[in-house]
Design a binder for this molecule. Structure first.
Ligand code: C2E
Ligand code: MG
Ligand code: MG
Length: 267
């Protein structure tokens, strides 16, 4: 039933995108946002992407929906630039089906052209499950990198893939999954895994975003471990674009206040 309804969701303008800020821990600035799609179903209300993205994948609807999300996100970030906000990056999630879309690279190039967003402001998030077909991915990712976009591995450490893809793929950033962050203060294994990812990223010269920061204690630990960027409810939930635009300064000031209290940012 949902699949049936999803067929009309785009045309009926039931999909929309929220943006969650990613905060640089050295400056307290918003350096980027992650675009997260939502579906306002006419009868069932809000449906989470965790539910409908898999349906979109299975039905092939991910191709038009994925393109719409990408275009919406690029247009939005360009509009913020034009409105005078600091230039920030937008991270857009790709799903497996899109990776096998034959004209994905062309589609992304066209979207960048149409929206006039400079490619350095677009980051694509892939997941480890996409790294199974190493040859295909290596080719794809190099073509995408040639466009000037950057690549992040989402939910890093939760897949079953071999670490050797880090050697083959032109990756820029690892996103530490929130399941590791969740018990970072209490579980020594999670702590060890986070430390390991941070250290590996440093040696491989990759950027890191830690996801799902909800508590100051988690933040303190990540600061002490020299994590670069964080994303989580402690700083901000995913927000509607108009809200983010109107409250940009206060969101950033709030982030700086939190960091000042931890003696990271000078008051
Ligand atoms: P993800 O890409 O790992 O996105 C992060 C998820 O964590 C988002 O859930 C976000 O709202 C949530 N989150 C962020 N900070 C916190 C926090 O502090 N605490 C908790 N508990 N959660 C936090 P969301 O928006 O429900 O998305 C779930 C997943 O659905 C995403 O995981 C991604 O895999 C997929 N998804 C969302 N939007 C898109 C999209 O536009 N395209 C594709 N292909 N997948 C998407
Ligand atoms: Mg993501
Ligand atoms: Mg994630």
């Amino acid at each position: 039933m949902l699949e049936n309804d999803l067929h009309h969701a785009l045309d009926n303008q039931e999909l929309f995108v929220e943006y969650q800020p990613q905060i640089n821990l050295q400056t307290g600035y918003i350096t980027s946002v992650e675009a997260l799609v939502r579906w306002r179903h006419p009868e069932k209300g809000l449906i989470s992407p965790g539910v409908f993205i898999p349906i979109a994948e299975e039905s092939g609807l991910i191709i038009p929906i994925g393109q719409w999300i990408l275009e919406t996100a690029c247009k939005q970030v360009k509009q913020w630039q034009r409105a005078g906000l600091p230039s920030i990056k937008v991270a857009v999630n790709l799903s497996l089906g899109q990776l096998f879309q034959h004209d994905l690279v062309r589609m992304i190039q066209d979207v960048l052209q149409r929206t006039e967003l400079e490619s350095q402001y677009l980051q694509l998030e892939i997941t480890e499950s996409m790294t199974i077909n190493i040859d295909h991915m290596t080719t794809m990712l190099h073509l995408l990198k040639d466009l000037g976009v950057t690549i992040a591995v989402d939910d890093f450490g939760t897949g079953y893939s071999s670490l050797s893809y880090l050697k083959d793929f032109p990756i820029d950033c690892l996103k530490i999954d929130r399941s590791f962050i969740h018990r970072i203060q209490t579980d020594s294994t999670d702590k060890a895994l986070v430390d390991m990812i941070l250290s590996m990223a440093k040696h491989l010269r990759l950027k890191v975003v830690a996801e799902g920061i909800e508590e100051v204690e988690q933040l303190s630990y990540l600061i002490a471990s020299h994590c670069e960027t964080v994303q989580g409810y402690l700083f901000s939930k995913p927000l509607l674009p108009i809200f983010l635009q109107e409250n940009y300064d206060s969101i950033q000031r709030n982030a700086q206040n939190i960091l000042e209290k931890l003696n990271v940012v000078e008051g």
